[in-house]
Ligand binder design. Structure first.
Ligand code: FE2
Length: 206
């Protein structure tokens, strides 16, 4: 199995974005409380997607440039998605509720295709040009430079979307590389997010 820079965070994005789509679809947008909640959720996912794009551009796109394949197509994809995010923000700010659901689901469709393009590019370019050690070095640099509060938020975002096998592998990695207090903090967060019965299945193997 190759070092994979995309799959886990992309699974988490799909998980939360599908849930938000369902949430918007079911919300009574004539109700002030519901619109406030949906707006907060939209602003939160928009901020996360922007942060994610910046991380990819800072850490992963240079790998495409160095390989000779270039990152122009992926950069252009990010720009197109940024336009979609700006449109969503305009609709939220102008409180055009009847257009939020179609605009969001259209954006979700574009985003899903983009995720697939990135994962295909990893297979076609990154895995052909780089060793697992080189890819792991990039991922480790990202983790080392990620502020602790954001690392915690990333973990909280990913945990509900992953299989027990993926979570187990992730926690084996944290245990092997992070200081004990950070590992214990991650375990406490996982117990809270996953619930005791799922967490026990993870703990049995770490
Ligand atoms: Fe991505």
């Amino acid at each position: 199995m190759r070092v994979d820079l995309y799959t886990l965070i992309h699974k988490a994005q799909r998980f939360h974005m599908f849930r938000l789509s369902d949430d918007i679809g079911r919300a009574d947008l004539a109700d002030e409380g519901a619109t406030t909640r949906i707006c907060n959720e939209l602003h939160s996912i928009i901020a996360r997607l922007r942060d994610h794009a910046q991380n990819e551009e800072a850490y992963i796109h240079p790998l495409y440039d160095k390989s000779g394949a270039g990152a122009n197509a992926l950069d252009a994809g990010h720009q197109a998605l940024e336009s979609g995010l700006e449109k969503l923000e305009r609709l939220i700010n102008e409180r055009v509720w009847e257009e939020i659901y179609p605009a969001y689901t259209r954006f979700l469709g574009m985003y899903l295709i983009h995720l697939d393009e990135e994962e295909q590019a990893q297979r076609d370019v990154l895995w052909q040009h780089y060793t697992d050690q080189e890819l792991a070095a990039v991922f480790n640099r990202f983790k080392a430079e990620r502020p602790p509060a954001l690392a915690k938020s990333d973990l909280e975002f990913m945990l509900p979307a992953l299989s027990v096998t993926e979570i187990t592998r992730m926690f084996q990695g944290i245990k092997a590389s992070a200081p004990a207090p950070a590992f214990q903090g991650a375990c406490a967060l996982a117990t809270h997010v996953l619930g005791p019965s799922t967490w026990e299945r993870v703990v049995a193997n770490i």
